[in-house]
Design a protein around this ligand. Sequence first.
Ligand code: GCB
Length: 733
Amino acid sequence: MNQKFKFNENWLFSQTATADTVPDEHWQRVTLPHTWNAKDGQDGGNDYCRGTCWYAKSFERPDTDEGDEVWLQLEGAAMTAEVFLNGVRLAHHEGGYSTFRINLTWQLKEGTNLLQISVDNGKNRTVYPQKADFTFYGGIYRDVTMIIVPHTHFTLGDHGAPALKVTPKVSGTSAEVTVEAHTEGNDEPVTFTLNNETQQITAVHGVASAIFHLEQVHLWNGTEDPYLYTVSAELQSGDHTEADFGCRTIAFDPEQGFLLNGKQYRLCGAARHQDRLGKGNALSRTDHEEDMALLREMGANTVRLAHYQHDQYFYDLCDRYGMIVWAEIPYISEHMEEGNANTISQMKELVLQNYNHPSIVCWGLSNEITSTGGPSSEITANHRTLNDLCHHLDPTRPTAMANVFMLDPDDPLVSLPDIRSYNLYYGWYIGELEQNDEWFDSFHASHPDEVIGLSEYGADANPAYQNGAPAKGDWSEGYQALYHEHMLKMWSERPYIWAMHCWNMFDFGADGRNEGGKPGQNQKGLVTFDRQLKKDAFYIYKAYLSKDPFVHLCGRRYAERTESVTEIKVYSNQPEVTLIVDGKELNTIQAEHVFVFNVKISGVHQIEAVSGSLHDRMEIRHVETANPSYRNDEGGIMNWFDKPEELMKEGYYSIMDTMEDLKKNPTSAAILQRIMAKATASYGDVAKNVRMPEAMQKQMDRMPLQKLLQQAGKALSQQDVKQLNAALNQVKK
Ligand code: GCB
C-alpha cells in the first residue's frame, strides 16, 4: 500500500498538561497548523508563553496490508518535540523549522491508539534560536501527514529528506542528471522515469543510482523561464515517489556578482519572515501563495528565507516562479557553548531536505553571530565544522554568512564561507545613508577578489506616521521610502554586489519590541504584517525591478498637509510622468523611477499621475494645524532637532557637541555615561552586551551626540533629552 493523508484534524491541546496527564474534555480542540502564541507573541512586552505544551489525538489503527509500515511526518514543531504513541516515547526532535518522521508501526495496536506530542519553545542553552529579533512561536504549526508504505519503500528515516536526490550537471546545451534513490527494507530494482526514458537499477545497501542525459536541455532560468523537470521512481513493492528539479548553473564573481546560466543576473529582493498578524507561524497554503504573489508583484527575483528553514511549500513556490533563494538555519545573534550539536543537526536537515530545489543558491551558516559576544575561536571552529558539513553534503552550492556591521571585514570569520555578505543599517540605526555606498566602495577596493553582497538593510515605518520633512527615526512612511530610494540607487551603481535583500518584505512579530506605535512588531516590512497595505517603499522596488508598467503616487496617507507648497512624488518604471492637479496639467517630467513635483496647495485637491494609459489618483488638503496622529510621539526627539540653535549655549556644552568633546570634560563625561547607561538598560535582550569595535567607536565619537540620540528611539524620551541638554548647558567648556 502507498498512501499519504493529512493528519491535521481533531487534535486536543493543553498548555497545562504534563507527561502523565490523560487528555480529557478540558483540553482544547484544535486543528493543525496551530500555535499558542498567535496573540501573545505579537503584542509586545516580551512576555509570550514559552514552555512545554501538549497535543493529543486518538485514532483508529489504519487499514494496512501485511508488512506495511505506518509513518508520521511533522513539517514543523517548534522548537523541541517528543512523540509518544500509546505511552511509549518514539521520538525526540530538536529544531522548530524542519521536517521529521517517525515510524509508528511497531507501537500501533488494534483499535484506538493515542498519540501524544509535547512541544517546547522554552528557554534553554542548546537549541537555536534563543536570542533574536523575532518571536519564537511554539506549536505544531505546519502540516502533519500519515504515510503508509510497503515494507520495502523509499526512505523515510533519513533526516526528513526526500528519498530522491537529483544532481543535474549542465554543460553546453545538454545536462547529465544523476538520480539517487534511497530505499528501506529489501534491496529491490528501482524503475526511474524521466521524460519518456525508463531505467531499472537494483538497489545495493539501500541505494540505486541512475544517470540520464538530456540533450537540448530546457534550463531553469530564473523568473524568466523557471522550467522544471520531474523524475519519478517506482519499487516492485508498489511504493513510488517523484521529485521536481531544474537544470541551471550558478556562479559568483567578485566583479559580476551572481551569474545564472553563465550570464550576469542581478539579484535584488527581500528577506521573508514567515509569520502573520493573528496567525503567528500557523499558515495556510493560500498565505504562502499570497506572499509569493507580493514578491513577484514587486519584481523581486530573490528572497532570503530568514532566519530558519521555511515551509517546503514555499521553496516549491520559489522553484516554480524562478525566485532565487538564500536558505539558512537559526544560528543567530549569539553563540551558545552547548548549541553546536544543534547547529549541525539543523544544517544537516536543511541541506538534505532542500537539496533538490533549483531556486536555492547558497546555505547560510549564521546571522550576526558575533553581535553579542564578538568573534571567538569557538565561533570560528563551529563555523568551520558547518562549512565542511555543507560542502560534504552539497558540493554544488556555496556557503554564506550574514555578518553584523561591527564585524571587521578582515576578521578570519568573514572569509570562512565561500561568499561574503553583510547586514548594514547605515541611515537607520547608525550613521548616514551615504555610508552604505562608502562601505561597499571601501570593501570592494580592499577585497577585489571577494564576492560581496548586502544580506540586510532597512528602516521601520508605520504607515500611520506621515511627515512633510521625513527624517531618520521618525518611523514615517516617507523616510522609509527615501531610505530605499537611496539603497536601490546605490545597488544599481554597483554591479558587483551579488545580491541585495531588503529587511524585510513584511512586518513581523518581535514581541520584545515596543516602538513605532505597534508594540510587538518589527516594522521594516515593505508590506504590513497583515499583508493588507503596501507601503510607498514597496513601489520604489517595483519601479526598479518590475517590467509591469505602473505609476504610483506616494504620500496617499499624508492627506492633510500644513505646507503651502507640497512635494508630490511618483514612482514609476515609465520614462515620463504627467501630474494633473484638479483636472489641469501641472507638469510633465522625464526621469528614472522617481518623479518629483512641487504643488501649491490651499484647499482640497485632486491629484492624478498619468503616463500613457496608466494613472493613479489621490486627494490631499491643506490644513492649518498638523494632524497629531501623523506623528510618532514616543521619542518625539525629532521635533527637538528641528532647531539646534535653541539647544546650544555660548561657552557651554550641549547635545550638539561630539561625544569625543563631551568625554574630555569629567562633568559632561559623567552626564553622558549616565544617559548611555539608561539607554542601554532599556534595550531588549539583543542589544545587551553589544561590543563595539574600536574603529566603529571612534567613528561614533566624532558624531554630535544629537545624531546618536536621534537613533535611540524609544530608549530615551523627549523629556530625557531635554534634561540632558539642560544639564550639559550648565557645564562650562
Ligand atoms: C538584524 C537582524 C534581524 C533584525 C534586524 C532589525 O540585523 O539580523 O533579525 O530583525 O536587524 O530589524 O533590527
